[in-house]
Design a protein around this ligand. Structure first.
Ligand SMILES: Nc1ncnc2c1ncn2[C@@H]1O[C@H](COP(=O)(O)OP(=O)(O)OP(=O)(O)O)[C@@H](O)[C@H]1O
Ligand SMILES: [Mg+2]
Length: 453
């Protein structure tokens, strides 16, 4: 078996998909965080510019610009043009104070470049422009602090993203390798099974996870498969063994007939014997075939509502005379209800009860009481066929359902050992529960069928 490529395995793809989803989610969250912080910092910068502007403007009093000029110069010298810009110009545009030439801006809050302010470098400023006592006051602060903080966030987000990619990929490999290892074990077991090692089973981890559950189902299917294969082997061996005797008998009869014919003696009776023997062999084959067909389950499509009271009372009526002729008695006791409807095949259910009654007639000494009973128990119909004959020993009760299996003491009675196999096949076809118990004395066969509504 070629080793599965981990990168192309379903577990890896799944893990990777989740990894990618996680990374995408992280990216989106990162963008939102970055934007929110950027907006917050911008607002903070605006507030700071406004507060400084008001502080500077408040130094102007009673048409006296002296204090204002002094304040602008003090702020300008404290901040330096790199971080803060301050300018005061009179109505004609002449510079009165500050660290830059008064820019030609109207009143309000502005984003301005250092170029526009006649300053070197490539910086951006947030500037508030206003008229104080007829003079134009400009107070601005650089965006550099805001950009610095935003940059720190961007870098930390970048590192986190890198780390997450590595962890997600490594995690995907780890999870995938573990799951793949277990799937490989399943595949190896199936390969062993297909190579004929039917006893091989998948080892379960015991944690009840999905792979364990699927493996458990596969193990059950394998149990059933190997059971069926064993059964088939057993059946083939049994059939070969059981048919050897009648085929040998047929051969000897035909050889006898050939000898007699050579000697000019009549052979009609031997040929009739040979025909009867081949008819019996044919019947056995037909019954075997029928059981196999029933086991295939296709006849369920023909199921219809069937009244068990009707089926059982009809069979009992027909077989009452046959039983009497053999010195037995046959009685049917039905339920209080007039009918017991089940979904099934009338012909097959009739065959089932006939087989059980014939067994009681054929395998019990004269004088046996044979009882057919039907009761309603909950949602099921419980049909029983009992006799007071010699019974079947406990260790043989399962074996008698095997194809062609007969008790030693029955070898002399006519039959091929397929009656009970057919009973079981019909019962299984109807999803019924079948049991064979001791009737003390005799045999009690019980069949529980779900009632249809
Ligand atoms: N009511 C019974 N009492 C005693 N033994 C029984 C009874 N029913 C079945 N058996 C035993 O179980 C064996 C299997 O029964 P089964 O009906 O499968 O085959 P059969 O009756 O021998 O042949 P066939 O039914 O094919 O004519 C019988 O050979 C018999 O030994
Ligand atoms: Mg029988």
């Amino acid at each position: 078996m070629p080793r599965a490529n981990l990168l192309r395995s379903t577990p890896f793809r799944l893990a990777l998909t989740f990894g990618l989803l996680f990374i995408t989610a992280f990216f989106v969250a990162g963008v939102i965080t970055y934007r929110t912080l950027e907006r917050g910092l911008t607002r903070q910068l605006d507030e700071s510019v406004n507060a400084t502007y008001l502080a500077v403007a408040s130094t102007f009093s009673q048409n006296d610009a002296e204090d204002l000029i002094a304040a602008v110069n003090t702020y300008a010298s404290l901040h330096g043009a790199g971080r803060g810009v301050f300018s005061l110009a009179d109505a004609s545009g002449k510079r009165l104070a500050g660290n830059l030439a008064p820019p030609a801006l109207s009143e309000g809050l502005w984003d301005v470049d250092s170029d526009d302010l006649g300053l070197p470098g490539n910086k951006k400023y947030r500037a508030r422009v206003g008229i104080v006592g007829g003079n134009r006051l400009v107070v601005g602060q650089s965006f550099s602090e805001r950009d610095r903080l935003a940059n720190i966030l961007l870098i930390s987000l970048g590192w986190s993203a890198g780390l997450i990619v590595v962890i997600a990929f490594a995690g995907a490999m780890f999870v995938a390798a573990r799951a793949q290892g277990r799937l490989d074990a399943v595949a190896r077991t199936m390969e062993d099974v297909s190579n004929g090692q039917l006893a091989t089973r998948i080892r379960l981890k015991g944690n009840g996870d999905d792979i364990d559950r699927v493996s458990d189902h596969i193990n059950h299917a394998l149990d059933r498969l190997s059971g069926l294969v064993d059964g088939m082997r057993q059946v083939s061996a049994d059939i070969a063994h059981e048919l050897k005797t009648p085929l040998n008998r047929l051969k000897m009869t035909l050889e006898d007939a050939a000898d007699k014919d050579e000697r000019g003696q009549p052979v009609a009776s031997l040929l009739a014997e040979a025909r009867a023997e081949s008819d019996q062999i044919n019947a056995t084959f037909e019954a075997l075939l029928r059981i196999s067909q029933l086991e295939a389950g296709t006849r369920r499509t023909r199921f219809q509502p069937v009244d068990l009271v009707d089926v059982m009372s009809s069979v009992a009526e027909i077989y009452a005379d046959v039983a009497e002729d053999e010195g037995h008695s046959l009685q049917f006791s039905g339920p209080d209800a007039k009918s017991a409807m089940v979904m099934g095949d009338r012909e097959l259910l009739t065959q089932l009860f006939v087989n059980l009654i014939e067994n009681a007639i054929n395998h019990c000494p004269p004088g046996t009481a044979i009882q057919l009973g039907l009761e309603i128990e909950g949602g099921a119909a419980l049909a029983t066929v009992t006799d007071s004959g010699p019974g079947i020993p406990a260790h043989e009760r399962e074996k008698v359902f095997r194809r062609l299996y007969r008790l030693d003491k029955s070898r002399t009675t006519p039959g091929s050992g397929l009656g009970l196999s057919l009973v079981r096949a019909i019962s299984d076809l109807h999803f019924a529960e079948l049991s064979l118990e001791d009737n003390r004395p005799g045999v009690r066969v019980a069949l529980s069928l779900p009632l249809s509504d």
